[in-house]
Design a protein. Structure first.
Length: 361
């Protein structure tokens, strides 16, 4: 399979340079046509790799692996959306996104233990309350970071904000063992059952109920977010602030409220992601969200920070690459995925859906 990937990459590069040399060299709009050619070749290249992988794995096995990884995909989409939402309004990357989400997961796990010891609630009720607690904890922390820490900092520029979030990671990593103890905690799934999908009389696919629950929660949150971005004043303010915070402020947009709510809502997305990831990833520890944080940044870079939909596509591609790579070599899965992402970013430095922003002076 790896030889086939190398052949596909070599063919894509060869076709690009051949078409550019023969047909585009004398074109007046050569850069525009080059970008269109790159988009077409990348689409065909990714599609070819997926087709070759499915043929070698068989369609049944590919679908089964994908269905078993739906929860991880939903977690990655939620984490990526939170990262992009903060970047669009604050023009910075929140390195503490995963750590803030971890605090939410710890709060949820502790609440489940307390409810079990002090109440007679059924497990679904306890899990639902814990989900709300995880989201609200991350909401409050995100709001606190923007309104208290960043706004009162001495150098609140993009780099300064990044340094603040890096410092926040260290602070939270030190506080979590003090607040929640050193023993790893667990969060139960809403259901350990699953659904069967009959493809044929002999081919049956299995989908865990937790994956379906994660997909439903993720879909609902994305629909609410995009509806808010499209139809509410907050969404209009986010789009205006993303275009130019200075101009948006001059036009009467309360940019402080916009950025504060963006950090808080991004915290909610992270808190829910951590809650959904805990039952399928590992026990809740101070670093259990680190892989999700790394892959969330990669998905944002791959899809392009200039759009909300691009990073979601990037998250889907990374999940597909991981599903395929784990079939061939589970030890080198991350290395294979990161190399593929690197190749795509080399071809499209601004991301698959990234756009250059022209600033007038």
């Amino acid at each position: 399979m790896f030889e086939n990937i190398l052949i596909v990459v070599a063919c894509v590069v060869a076709v690009y340079y051949a078409v550019d040399l023969v047909f585009l060299r004398k074109q007046q709009k050569r850069p525009v046509y080059q970008q269109r050619l790159i988009n077409l070749l990348l689409f065909l290249g990714i599609l070819t790799v997926l087709v070759l992988a499915v043929r070698e794995m068989t369609l049944y096995l590919f679908l089964q692996i994908f269905l078993l990884n739906i929860a991880e995909l939903c977690v990655l989409i939620l984490a990526t959306t939170g990262i992009v939402l903060i970047f669009k309004t604050s023009v910075t990357t929140n390195f503490a996104q995963g750590t803030i989400a971890t605090v939410g997961a710890f709060t949820a796990a502790k609440l489940i233990l307390w409810l079990t010891a002090n109440t007679g609630y059924a497990m679904p009720v306890k899990l639902a309350l814990a989900l709300v607690a995880s989201a609200m904890t991350a909401f409050v922390i995100g709001l606190f970071v923007d309104t208290v820490i960043i706004r009162n900092s001495r150098y609140p520029n993009s780099i300064g904000k990044q340094m603040i979030t890096m410092g926040l990671v260290l602070v939270l990593l030190g506080l979590m063992p003090l607040l929640f103890g050193l023993v790893p905690l667990t969060i139960e799934q809403f259901s350990y059952d699953g659904k069967l999908i009959n493809l044929t009389d002999t081919l049956i696919l299995y989908v865990p109920d937790h994956n379906l629950f994660a997909a439903a929660v993720t879909a609902a949150m994305l629909v609410l977010l995009f509806a808010a971005l499209r139809f509410t004043k907050w969404g209009l303010g986010v789009r205006a602030t993303a275009s130019s915070e200075t101009v948006a402020g001059m036009m009467g947009v309360n940019t402080r409220l916009i950025t504060a709510m963006s950090w808080a809502i991004a915290g909610v997305f992270g808190g829910v992601a951590a809650y959904l990831y805990a039952p399928v990833g590992s026990a809740v520890t101070v670093s259990f969200m680190t892989p999700v944080q790394v892959n969330g940044f990669l998905a944002s870079v791959l899809g392009g920070f200039s759009t909300f939909g691009g990073p979601i596509v990037g998250a889907i591609l990374i999940n597909l690459f991981q599903s395929i790579a784990s079939f061939y070599n589970s030890v080198w899965t991350n290395v294979i995925v990161y190399v593929l992402v690197l190749l795509l970013v080399l071809a499209k430095p601004l991301g698959l859906f990234g756009k250059k922003t022209a600033k007038k002076v």
